[in-house]
Design a protein around this ligand. Sequence first.
Ligand code: PEP
Ligand code: MN
Length: 287
Amino acid sequence: MSQAKTLPYRLASRQSRVESTVVRVGSHAIGDGEPTVIAGPCSVESREQILESAVQVQQAGAHMLRGGAFKPRSSPYAFQGLGETGLRYLAEAREQTGLPVVTEVMDIEHLPMVAHYVDVLQIGARNMQNYPLLKAVGQTTKPVILKRGLSATIEEWLLAAEYILSAGNPNVILCERGIRTFETATRNTLDLNAVPVVKHLSHLPILVDPSHGTGVARYVPAMSLAGLAAGADGLLLEVHPNPEKALSDGAQSLTPEEFRLLMRRVQTLMQAESAAVFAPTPMALRG
Ligand code: PEP
Ligand code: MN
């Protein structure tokens, strides 16, 4: 690395580990060069809804299923999630499809229960700087998807990852999900700069979440492809069997058919990428 100064996130930085980290979830690897696609509804709403979603995303080629059981909603009157019942449905969806399952853990109190049911823990954007929670997931061995905070700098985000790593859990996956800017045409501004910046500064894998990054389903395919073209290790996507009826984030959720078409485009993009010559470019030599 050519940086003269020592980066404050010692374990997360490429100065401490030049080789890119590959996080294993069962037999699946995140960060091994093939994009990982994690898809499913924002919230687990019912047994039927999550089982149907699981089958649909699997048939389209997703590698893991997502679904929130504990939801961080802006309004206390909005649907808060099914809690443990939702976790049970997720586990059942895994049994039926074999897909590993991902869900958000909102507080330390629920961590043992959530870790018992799911394969990957998600720390939501609103909790990126909940340091006791970061330390607690750091004491588990479960892979953790760490979403970028709504107004967090990349340095703050990598320092949040450092809390998990320094507590003993090396299985951290970063997720860019858009940041707050002055722009109101989209829910957030998906910061794709973060992809090459994080790849330069850190060895950790990074996913892109264009669903929360845009808030609008019609913009999701373009930003998914852009995220992968920028070098992301995968995508986190909201897909709902019937977005119009979704209890949360319907406007940004793809239909199963839209997801299937997007997966075809992802494959085409990756084939084009692998056909390119992987020689060090003058840019890469700049460090
Ligand atoms: C989610 O994944 O549904 C979610 C709440 O994401 P974020 O924490 O990025 O807002
Ligand atoms: Mn959501």
